[in-house]
Each structure stands twice: as C-alpha cells, then as structure tokens.
Design a protein around this ligand. Structure first.
Ligand code: AMP
Length: 284
C-alpha cells in the first residue's frame, strides 16, 4: 500500500493507473477505522473498482464551533494496518496545510441551499459546506471513477450525490448499508465518547427507528409516529435534535396521505451526555 501525503504523488499514481485502464474506487474517511468503514471497501470492489484509494483526513471545516474537532480520535498507525490487511492500493493522508494552504476562513465555500439547513444542517450550521468543500477537493485530487459513502450519514450522501450531478462530475456514487453492533447501535467513531451507562441505553436509538418503521407499516399518522419517538427517546434521557420521516430520494417531508407508496427514510439525531449520535432506517 502506498501512503501519500502530497497531492502530486497521488496524482502521478492515479494517472498511470488510469492509463493502464484501471477503475479507481475511492472511500473518504476521517480515520479511526471500524467495520463500517471497512465494509465500504468491499462495496467498492463489488461495484467494479480495480484500484482502491482511501483517504484519512479530519477535516476542520466540517466541525462547527464548540464541536469535537480537537478530541476527535486520531489513530493513524492502527488505521493504516487495517487498510493494508484489506488490500488498499493507496492511502492519502494529507496534512491540514496540504488541504487548506490558505487561511481556512478565506476558503471558497460550497452551499446547497435546499439541503444545507435542514435536519443535521439545522443543528450543525457550517457542517455541510465544510463536507462539500473537502469532498470536492478530494474528488479533484483523486479523480475517482467510483466513490462510496455510508448510509449512516444519509444526508451527507444525498448532498454529495447532488453535487456530483449538478457539477457534472463523472463519478459513480454508491451508498453502503449501515454496519451495527450486535445490540443495534450503529458503529461510529464517536461511540467511544459514551460512558458505560450511556452505552447501555444508546441502542434505544435504533429501537425507536424500528418501532417507527412498524408504525409506518401499520399506517399510523406521520406526525404521531414522530412525536411518539421523540417522547420515547426523551424519556430515555436523549436530547432529540430531530426525528423525521422523509422521502429517501430528496429528503422532502412526507405527509401520511402520500407516504405509503413512496420510498421513505426515517432519520434521527440525538445527544446523549456530550455525544451526538445519528441513525436512520430506509423503507422501500
Ligand atoms: P467518517 O470517518 O465518520 O467520516 O466516515 C467515513 C465514511 O464511513 C462515511 O461515508 C460514513 O457514512 C461511513 N460510515 C461511518 N459509519 C458507518 C457504519 N456504521 N456503517 C457503514 N458506513 C459507515
């Protein structure tokens, strides 16, 4: 596995692989890799990628003020060992100076008005413009044929897919299913912030989504489903940012009359102690 910190080194390798007819698959991460990240690598191989590129970069611009940028777990040594085991061809791990050579505040910002300020965007004001900015840079550096993102961050996937479409980027986009612990908690680097007590109740987040899915199957009113879930989570000491039933293709709200023959997604974000958790469930 090649480990590259510089843009030119990455470009040279990719250029020669492309000249040999290789199909470049890309999985961007912030490191601290777990089985969820590793599953994305398998998805890329299944999608036909013949060279797999991963990146590890804790992107400062996607953390809002007061969030966990400085304490975010950085575990490069064990990450690169995991990637080697899974036959990654190139790991791009740039410094902040490589990705943001100018003052971050004077960077170009990318916004998606329809999506930036809803759901997670409403609660993390600068988050998605930071995500779009860094993914755009990474796409320009790596020039992938295929990119994969996790359903775990579904709003992020929809935004990036929209950016790829609207900016005419020739990249096939894939969304990989959520990998969970045996008790249902979605794997996340942030789970390690949970205290023992918080870890015990955290799986109730997925329980609330499964319960809401059953209520949708039983054609309960959407507003009641959302309110029941918020009550359930609040009673279990979660501070609920949102619990919302949306159309999966564009995250628009659905009402009870139109929901039942559409492909929908139930999304939620909560805080438990100092940890913010997100999760969702798709219903086709
Ligand atoms: P992150 O390192 O948290 O930025 O995540 C990098 C990629 O891994 C994103 O596309 C995430 O959606 C995806 N991911 C994170 N957690 C999971 C999970 N539990 N299952 C599947 N994919 C995940």
């Amino acid at each position: 596995m090649i480990i590259a910190e510089d843009i030119d080194v990455v470009r040279n390798h990719i250029k020669s692989w492309k000249a040999d007819g290789e199909k470049i698959g890309f999985v961007p991460t912030m490191g601290n890799l777990h089985k969820g990240h590793i599953s994305l690598i398998s998805s890329l191989k299944q999608a036909g990628a013949t060279k797999i590129i991963a990146s590890i970069f804790v992107n400062p611009t996607q953390f809002s003020i007061g969030e966990d940028y400085t304490e975010y777990p950085r575990t490069f040594d064990s990450d690169q060992k995991k990637l080697r085991k899974h036959s990654i061809d190139l790991l791009f791990s740039p410094s902040t100076e490589v990705m943001y050579p100018k003052n971050i505040l004077s960077e170009l910002t990318i916004k998606y008005p329809e999506y930036n300020n809803i759901l997670c965007g409403e609660h993390r004001p600068s988050h998605f413009s930071g995500v779009l900015c860094v993914v755009n840079k990474l796409f320009n550096i790596i020039n992938p044929d295929i990119a994969v993102f996790g359903q775990k961050d579904y709003q992020q996937f929809i935004l990036i897919k929209g950016m790829v479409r609207d900016l005419c980027m020739p990249i096939e986009m894939f969304c990989a299913p959520i990998v969970r612990e045996s008790d249902g908690l979605a794997l996340s680097s942030r789970n390690q912030y949970l205290s023992k007590q918080e870890r015990l109740i955290a799986p109730k987040l997925y329980e609330s989504l499964k319960e809401a899915k059953i209520s949708i199957d039983n054609k309960l009113k959407i507003v009641d489903i959302e309110n029941n879930a918020i009550d359930f989570l609040s009673k279990n000491n979660f501070l609920v940012d949102y619990f919302s039933v949306r159309r999966s293709k564009d995250l628009k709200k659905v009402d009870s009359n139109q929901s039942f023959n559409k492909s929908i997604i139930i999304l939620t974000a909560v805080k438990i102690g100092r940890t913010r958790l997100i999760d969702n469930i798709l219903i086709s």
